[in-house]
Design a protein around this ligand. Structure first.
Ligand SMILES: [Mg+2]
Ligand SMILES: [Zn+2]
Length: 197
């Protein structure tokens, strides 16, 4: 059976937004993030992190630094009972200084490539899934991938009017969003989001 997923942006949603986080000492989880992930895991959601990492294309840090930080993120979450099902990243930028990463790719949000890849690989039901981000590009990527609902949180970038207008809801943080989603519908009992018509 296809399962629902929570697509979660990294910087500004899971961990505190700081410009181009790439060192473990700068990776600070947002308060309530662990509880939010545990609740989703218990409710049967796949946990998928989707993150633009143009700092790689900009030459600010190496892909190896990103991968080391991802290993650190995964192990610190696992130590607290949370297993991420997938972590997708885009290292590209169309006008990147580093030629290797100068790609007009399908994966950099607002494009949906990272989400579509996870949907395929993990047998996810997009309509029953939701996304949490802190920028318009997150919401747009979710829409383009057919994700049921796309939310924003206030723990990252300052939200633009346009972003808030495009989102299905705006929350103080990831935990507030997750609590609301789980109170509305439980995937085990009801595979789809509520009909709001
Ligand atoms: Mg972000
Ligand atoms: Zn890309």
């Amino acid at each position: 059976m296809r399962r629902p997923a929570a697509f979660i942006d990294r910087d500004g949603v899971l961990n505190e937004e700081r410009a181009f986080v790439h060192r473990p000492e700068d990776f600070k989880l947002v308060p309530g993030a662990i509880e939010a992930l545990r609740l989703l895991q218990e409710a049967g959601y796949r946990l998928v992190v989707v993150t633009n990492q143009s700092g790689i294309a900009r030459g600010l840090y190496r892909e190896a630094d990103y991968l080391a930080l991802t290993a650190h993120m995964r192990s610190s979450l696992e130590a607290r009972g949370v297993r991420l099902d997938d972590v997708e990243y885009c290292p590209h930028l169309p006008d990147a200084p580093l030629a290797r990463y100068r790609v007009d790719c399908d994966c950099r949000k607002p494009r949906p490539g990272m989400l579509l890849k996870a949907i395929e690989a993990l047998d996810i039901e997009p309509r029953a899934s939701f996304l949490v981000g802190d920028r318009l590009s997150d919401v747009e990527a979710g829409r383009a991938a057919g994700v049921g609902r796309c939310f924003l949180v206030r723990t990252g970038y300052e939200l633009s009017e346009e972003a808030m207008a495009r989102a299905d809801g705006v929350y103080a943080d990831l935990l507030a969003c997750v609590r609301d989603v789980l109170n509305e519908w439980r995937p085990a009992a009801n595979p789809g989001p509520p009909d709001r018509s």
